[in-house]
Design a protein around this ligand. Sequence first.
Ligand code: FAD
Ligand code: EPU
Length: 342
Amino acid sequence: MNISRHFSLRSYNSFGIDARTDFFSSFHTREELEEILAEYHTIASAAHKDDILILGGGSNILFTRDYPGITLKNEIRGITAVREDDQHIYLKVGAGENWHGFVRYCIDRGFAGVENLSLIPGNAGASPMQNIGAYGVEIKDLFHELEAFHIKDKALVRFSAEDCRFGYRDSVFKHKYKGVFVILQVVYRLNKTPVFNTSYGAIEEELERMKVTGLSLAAISQAVINIRSSKLPDPGQIGNAGSFFKNPTVSAEKYASLSERFPGIPGYPSGEGVKLAAGWMIEQCGWKGYRSGDAGCHSRQALVLVNHGNASGKEINELSERIAKSVQEKFEVTLDKEVNII
Ligand code: FAD
Ligand code: EPU
């Protein structure tokens, strides 16, 4: 166990923000996590004993300040089959496993379900936090259960899908249990017989473009990778955290009135209402490709805010607020942040 002090998180967050954390350590097992927490309690000032931030790949977080507590990087590894029946295999994945690595593990073995979620950055442990989703699939569709550590009670707790209260980019871990639990392992239920999901139009188009004749998990994965790479900036090249805002849902009546005022506004049926494309509205407000200093709005995907180099988290957050204000003024629609702001 090694606790570092005044540690730069620049290479630990995909925005590349040079925030510092007063204390930093990584852990590979639950036992090690407990040891570090006990040690931290002996060195932390009274005001910051409860400031404990769990970090995965840092791809959905924006540091707007230095962190005055301990940042703990989850490095719990391992993928193991824990159950199997005729149709499914249940894989337990350590929270510190890279998500796309897990997706590839499944594809290589013919286990279906996660291929549409190819190339989403970050680690498996964060996947239930916001019920990650893309191209017609959300993890709630294949989630079985997770094991988490209650920081204060020092207890292990299992959560079923129902306990997690998954919603669009949402779970109980973003609300009631924010900062309360450390997710240690997640169990996913994969199909042994592929059920291909190409419902998302762009996938079909890309498969055609790729001239794929026989559908396979690898082909769908590659199609998703191609689409994603064509619009989303690679955090290795330019700092970002994917979509900065969620796509808002409005009532059917509100959508009808928006359609009259803004012909062509995209809308997708969602539950009782209509989901709007935040990226489209942001583009209509003129922000696409905008840059102020090193903080900007991506030139190919307006929903993605970027750090061109040395922007501070505060600058990016301030830009996001200007963007949300202009969308509010033009469309009377409120944008909620998807990214976790520290
Ligand atoms: P982090 O950023 O490290 O953490 C996110 C939050 O979860 C923080 O609040 C953190 O404290 C908490 N947390 C992390 N791990 C744990 C744990 N083990 N226990 C308790 N709390 C924890 N998301 C999508 O849903 N769909 C997409 O298509 C998508 N595309 C993206 C594209 C790009 C280019 C980028 C940069 C991001 C994209 N994202 C997308 C967002 C991001 O990849 C996901 O939210 C991902 O799950 C974050 O994982 P992480 O390990 O990096 O989490
Ligand atoms: N659009 C524009 N201009 C833009 C961006 C988008 O007009 O600058 C339009 C597109 O033309 C399209 C619509 O908006 O009609 C939707 O765009 P896109 O298909 O690119 O998807 P998105 O709604 O912007 C969502 C997720 C992504 C996910 C993709 C694919 C949210 C907040 N974002 O993006 O998730 O990968 O769909 O499923 O739901 C993330 O969460 O970080 C993320 C990247």
